[in-house]
Design a protein around this ligand. Structure first.
Ligand code: FES
Length: 110
């Protein structure tokens, strides 16, 4: 019998718990840049977000991005945040997600 390691909060079942590869859905790219930052490319725009949800530290890398509305939904308890402002628009009350809008092209600021 092998020991099962605990999964970090917000990592969906079936996903490796280590350094995840960039995630790409139709028109959306999400990449873990550092332990604290996730790059989101959606709707032809780029954003840096906190890597952890302000509610209970769900991993935003595994969030669902609405490319048309530019919103990201946490995978744990489904809080949704506006990518332009970071303002929480639904879900358990937890305040804003820190986000920074990046130029659409050019180097990352890291
Ligand atoms: S951890 Fe993100 S909504 Fe709870």
């Amino acid at each position: 019998m092998t020991a099962v390691e605990p999964r970090p909060a917000g990592v969906p079942a079936g996903e490796p718990a280590g350094e995840p590869a960039p995630r790409k859905r139709t028109g959306v790219v999400m990449r873990q840049l550092t332990a604290d930052l996730v790059l989101v490319e959606a709707g032809g725009q780029r954003f840096l977000t906190e890597a952890e949800c302000p509610h209970r530290k769900g991993r935003m890398l595994f969030g669902i991005v609405n490319e048309r509305r530019l919103r990201i939904t946490c995978p744990l308890h489904h809080s949704t945040f506006d990518l332009n402002t970071g303002e929480q628009v639904s879900g358990p009350e937890c305040g804003s997600l820190r986000v920074t809008r990046l130029p659409a092209d050019g180097p990352y600021p890291l």
